[in-house]
Design a protein around this ligand. Structure first.
Ligand SMILES: Nc1ncnc2c1ncn2[C@@H]1O[C@H](COP(=O)(O)OP(=O)(O)OP(=O)(O)O)[C@@H](O)[C@H]1O
Ligand SMILES: [Mg+2]
Length: 328
């Protein structure tokens, strides 16, 4: 593995009380690659990131970041990396500029250097106009973008982003995707990004690792992972909610149950999309009126379901997922 990538072997973190938040993971991220670390609440994503950025010591295994061991070469690791953690460490009483000055100082830049680089970054994340305002008045999306800009001030070679777009509106989300993609492609920055959003991993990541309960349950390019599943699913939503049971029975002969929306039922079509006409005939024969009928190509959620027996979206383990932003 090149000196600007990430290499993880048997990494573990056990918390007091015996919780194995990270339970022996292996992964490699190549220099300049965007690696998506996908998993539900409590899967162990942040714990992994905290170990890789040297804020939390591993209790087992090893990891090198940019060629340096996280346990024994922490200062070297920190020099090479930038991190925007899940809880952005911003001070409501400081302005965007003041944050830049502080962050620059932390990395040994003088005020002039910090101003030049800071101005460039504030501009790139679209905060130039807000840079003189106190952060307390920023929206959630603006704080996220400032946090990203701060993480970049010293031109890190490896960037860690822990759920960078959770709570962002679709526009801010795609702006952040564009910037992360540009960093990797044009500047060769290695990116380790955690997310609960399948779409985010799909769009952005060259490779994806799916983590569940501290273990990596699947890894590969999004298309390779989906190809492993290799089947189309069909979802139907009945006009009358009472028909759910009968709908399920009518679909059963066509394949195994698949992930579906709250009002629908779905099956993996064993025989592929050509079965659609047969399904329509069967529903018609059974006298079930259908409000919606959709074919779904395999998704990363199907991969997750296949590997864990549970659905990634809508997992309701210990905490509720972060609420989706409502449309403004
Ligand atoms: N400091 C801690 N002490 C004890 N347990 C912890 C601590 N930090 C995390 N855990 C536990 O470790 C597990 C993994 O937590 P982690 O924060 O890594 O999950 P996550 O994948 O980042 O979830 P989310 O999507 O909600 O951010 C959870 O069961 C959590 O309760
Ligand atoms: Mg987390």
């Amino acid at each position: 593995m090149g000196s600007e990538g990430i290499r993880v072997r048997g990494l573990e973190r056990e918390f007091k009380g015996g919780i194995r938040a990270v339970d022996g993971i292996d992964l490699d991220v190549a220099p300049g690659e965007i690696y998506g670390f996908l998993g539900p609440n409590g899967a162990g994503k942040s714990t992994t990131v905290l170990m890789l950025v040297t804020l939390l010591p591993p209790t087992g295994g090893s990891a090198t970041v940019a060629g340096f061991d996280v346990a024994s070469r922490g200062a070297d690791v920190r020099r090479m990396i930038g991190a925007a953690l899940q809880e952005a460490a911003l001070d409501d009483f400081l302005t965007g500029w003041e944050h830049m000055d502080l962050q620059g100082g932390l990395h040994g830049m003088n005020r002039q250097q910090a101003r030049t680089r800071g101005g460039e970054l504030l501009d790139r994340v679209g905060l130039s106009d807000a840079a003189d305002r106190k952060v307390g008045g920023y929206s959630g999306g603006m704080k996220r973008r400032l946090d990203l800009a701060l993480a970049l001030i010293h031109r890190p070679r490896v960037l860690f982003l822990d759920e960078p777009t959770t709570g962002l509106d679709p526009q801010s989300r795609s702006a952040l995707w564009t910037e992360v993609e540009r960093l990797a492609r044009e500047e060769g920055v290695t990116v380790f990004l955690t997310t609960q959003y399948l779409e985010e991993a799909d769009v952005l990541a060259g490779r994806v690792g799916i983590i569940d309960r501290g273990r990596i349950v699947a890894e590969g390019t999004p298309s390779a992972l989906k190809a492993q599943i290799g089947h189309v699913s069909l979802e139907a939503v009945p006009v009358r909610p009472d028909d759910r049971e009968r709908l399920r029975a009518a679909l059963a002969p066509f394949g195994e149950p698949a992930a579906h929306s709250p009002r629908g039922e779905a099956v993996r079509l064993g025989g592929g999309a050509e079965q659609l006409a047969d399904v329509v005939r069967a529903l018609d024969t059974a006298g079930i009126d259908v409000a919606e009928l959709q074919l779904h190509q395999p998704s990363l959620d199907d991969v997750f379901l296949e590997k864990t027996g549970r659905s990634l979206e809508g997992t309701d383990d210990d905490e509720a997922a972060a609420p989706e932003p409502s449309a403004a």
